[in-house]
Design a protein around this ligand. Structure first.
Ligand code: SAH
Length: 365
């Protein structure tokens, strides 16, 4: 059983993987003296065809709806702020029951809708370029708080149902494996949100125990590794986690994963964007058969670091490709709404401070 986060009273049925929720409901339905088919009808309302409150389950008798409201309260994530970018990217700041805030970013692209979700409130890793790292660690999210980010989007508009999920919001998912693992089951299960495993990516700096747990999952979930450096010394300069799990150990663990991984590589001017870096990165990628995803540095995360210019990024990617490495450059999305890791929460808190101080300037769009 997962301990409830501070401020919450206990686990909810939305924390349970679908088979456990089914068993709980079957037992309850039987104890109520109801026909057994009711359990399946009720279960659909958790994730597959979700409802905001049991009142909305109009396919169920009124008395049953009210009994369900008592037995299985359905918690929500409260949308504190929603920002829409001119490119269609939408960023949500969710307020949790204990007042913590987390964010998700919905990125439409053709028929694909990728939702970037958070796994922790804040983050302990303090990577030099990341806005979430700046605020420090607050707490782990529960399975409901993780998968619930998707549920809220579906509740708001079923047509926005995400087709792809990436754990690239706030937090380090593999430092919260206890909740991320059941959340993955909820996201993927046909009785849950039904999102294909190959459309769900867990992104990590390379937490070795978490990687071992993730590797044991039989589903074809995808793994992305935030490499960001090509030598241990260079990585230590921007990612303190290098002290605990070093580059070589992370590469070895990724090798043991036996599925194709993606390296994420944020380009920082004068830090990790030389030709020698490209050559070393190509070596690491070829060793693992990894795909390289180059991320332009989002400046909001680190005012003191310089983003690598577009021509240099193109040359770097080309140099990888010339060595037989598949490399993509991620298009920056939602730049006008600061849709990078941790930035909305930082901005909203700044605004609150300003309001507190009597200033009235609105949140810049
Ligand atoms: N903790 C996990 C997942 C969250 S971050 C991880 O580190 O992988 C998701 C991705 O966004 C990571 O690759 C992270 O390094 C990257 N990122 C963070 N801040 C960024 C910024 N300012 N610009 C570009 N990418 C950034």
């Amino acid at each position: 059983m997962i301990a409830p986060p501070p401020g919450l009273t206990g686990t909810t049925i939305l924390d349970l993987p679908p088979d456990e929720a089914s068993a709980t409901l079957a037992e309850w339905v039987q104890a109520q003296g109801l026909p057994s088919y009711r359990a399946g009808q009720i279960h659909r309302r958790l994730w597959a065809a979700p409802i905001a409150t049991w009142d909305d389950a109009t396919d169920l008798p009124l008395a049953l709806r009210s009994a369900l409201a008592d037995a299985f309260p359905l918690p929500r994530l409260a949308a504190d702020t929603v920002q829409q970018s001119s490119d269609g990217t939408r960023k949500y700041l969710w307020r949790l029951a204990d007042g913590e805030a987390i964010e998700s970013v919905l990125i439409p692209s053709g028929s694909r809708r990728t939702l970037c979700i958070s796994s922790q409130a804040g983050c302990a890793l303090r990577c030099a370029f990341c806005a979430t790292g700046r605020m420090g660690y607050r707490r782990n999210l529960s399975p409901f708080e993780i998968a619930g980010q998707v549920r809220e989007i579906v509740l708001e508009n079923p047509e926005d149902r995400p087709t792809n999920i990436v754990f690239m919001g706030m937090g380090e998912p593999l430092l919260n494996w206890e909740a991320v693992s059941p959340a993955l089951t909820i996201l993927n299960s046909p009785d849950g949100l039904g999102i294909g495993a190959r459309h769900i990516t867990v992104s990590t700096v390379g937490i070795l125990p978490g990687m071992a747990g993730f590797a044991k999952r039989p589903e074809q979930f995808r793994l992305a590794i935030s490499l960001h450096a090509t030598t241990s010394a260079q990585r230590l300069g921007i990612m303190p986690i290098e002290k605990k799990y070093n580059l070589e150990a992370v590469l070895k663990a990724a090798e043991a994963f036996r599925r194709r991984v993606t390296f994420e590589y944020v380009m920082i001017g004068g830090v990790n964007d030389s030709d020698a870096d490209a050559d070393r990165l190509a070596g690491h990628a070829r060793r693992l058969g990894a795909l390289v995803n180059i991320l332009p540095l989002h400046p909001g995360g680190a005012p003191e670091l310089t983003p690598t210019g577009a021509p240099r990024i193109r040359a770097f990617a080309e140099r990888l490709r010339n060595q037989g490495v598949e490399a993509t450059v991620r298009r920056s999305r939602g730049l006008d709404i600061d849709a990078a890791c941790g930035q909305l929460r930082v901005e909203v808190e700044r605004r609150r401070v300003r309001e507190h101080e009597g200033a009235t300037e609105p949140l810049s769009p």
